[in-house]
Write a protein that binds this ligand. Structure first.
Ligand SMILES: Nc1ncnc2c1ncn2[C@@H]1O[C@H](COP(=O)(O)OP(=O)(O)OP(=O)(O)O)[C@@H](O)[C@H]1O
Length: 305
């Protein structure tokens, strides 16, 4: 099995780089190191590795040292390729992937895997928005995407991130967006049933429970059940939304009447305003009218301890 490391030195405001430095001298087996140089580079590198693995019929393990954004790019590059297994050493800020999927916590764990590789097939969600995109965690429209965009574009996030206070910038932009974001109207079609929602703050389609750096948005989501959940937060004031965010961390929000959960394999969402869409926390594009989501069952392999 050929070992590839894809490192995002910038993930977690430099945490990715620090973790790699602590690993590098201990990794006494052959490997190929790839360092991402720009947004989207993880996808290009992974696609190339997957193509070569397939052409040479040689198994490859890609270990990502980075956050959810880098993992998202790499998985998009290797979908439906049975020669590639994805491993992760979490080095990002939010690290929602690491809350559900198996990850490596030490070089010893990685070496054990290389000696005796065990892996597990996982689902991903697919969204159609200016092309097809896969997501391993979640994908959504509305308030959370607006907060992510504002935080990612800000110099404040970079400054606070370097001080280890990255979450503070997220909270700052979350409160700011509470005053400027305009709730929207949403229709969700599932198996021919129509569900209409008013004053929607956000709608997120989930493949696993965690979201936004540890919030348990979709407690019942599983990564291998060939199903997706859509969570719609609707009909509430800005102040109540703030309180609702506090209940999301332990996953208590699902009992509130302002939160609706639907489970299925395919959803069609239509809305009445232009909305930003994120996939695994990465801003994809603006959705003008609607989006289609479907589950792509058992479409990639993750390392299993
Ligand atoms: N050399 C680079 N320069 C700038 N951006 C990069 C570089 N390499 C990767 N990126 C981009 O950095 C972004 C953030 O990466 P990532 O999500 O891994 O870290 P994070 O945001 O700190 O973690 P998390 O998503 O878990 O909160 C991704 O969009 C990725 O494409």
């Amino acid at each position: 099995m050929q070992l590839h490391i894809i490192l995002n030195e910038h993930a977690g405001s430099g945490r990715g780089m620090k973790r790699w430095k602590s690993w590098q001298s201990l990794l006494e087996i052959p490997y190929i190191l790839h360092i991402t140089e720009y947004r989207g580079h993880g996808f290009q590198i992974a696609k190339q590795i997957a193509q070569e693995a397939e052409e040479q019929s040689r198994p490859a393990c890609i270990v990502i040292i980075g956050g959810d954004g880098t993992i998202h790019e790499v998985i998009n590059g290797v979908l439906a390729n049975e020669w590639v297994t994805i491993g992760v050493m979490a080095g990002g800020s939010g690290n929602d992937y690491a809350r559900t999927y198996d990850t490596f916590h030490s070089v010893e764990e990685l070496l054990q895997f290389i000696q005796q590789p065990t892996r597990k097939q996982q689902d991903c969600g697919m969204v159609t928005l200016q092309g097809q995109h896969a997501f391993m965690n979640n994908c959504g429209i509305g308030f959370d995407a607006a907060v992510a965009k504002a935080a990612n574009d800000s110099a404040l996030k970079r400054v606070l991130g370097k001080l280890g206070l990255g979450k503070l910038s997220y909270i700052y932009y979350l409160i700011k967006q509470l005053f400027v974001f305009k709730p929207f109207e949403l229709t969700v079609m599932k198996n021919g049933e129509q569900h209409v929602f008013h004053d929607v703050w956000f709608a997120t389609v989930c493949n696993q429970p965690y979201f936004g750096g540890g919030m348990k948005l979709s407690p019942s989501s599983k990564t291998d059940d060939q199903m997706l959940e859509v969570i719609v937060v609707h009909n509430l004031s800005a102040i109540k939304l703030l309180f609702l965010f506090m209940t999301i961390f332990p996953g208590m929000h699902v009992h509130l009447k302002e939160v609706t959960q639907l489970t299925g394999q395919k959803f069609q969402l239509t809305h009445n305003a232009e909305l930003l869409c994120h996939a695994d926390g990465e801003i994809l594009a603006k959705s003008k009218e609607g989006l289609t989501f479907y589950v792509n069952p058992l479409s990639w392999y993750a390392t299993k301890k």
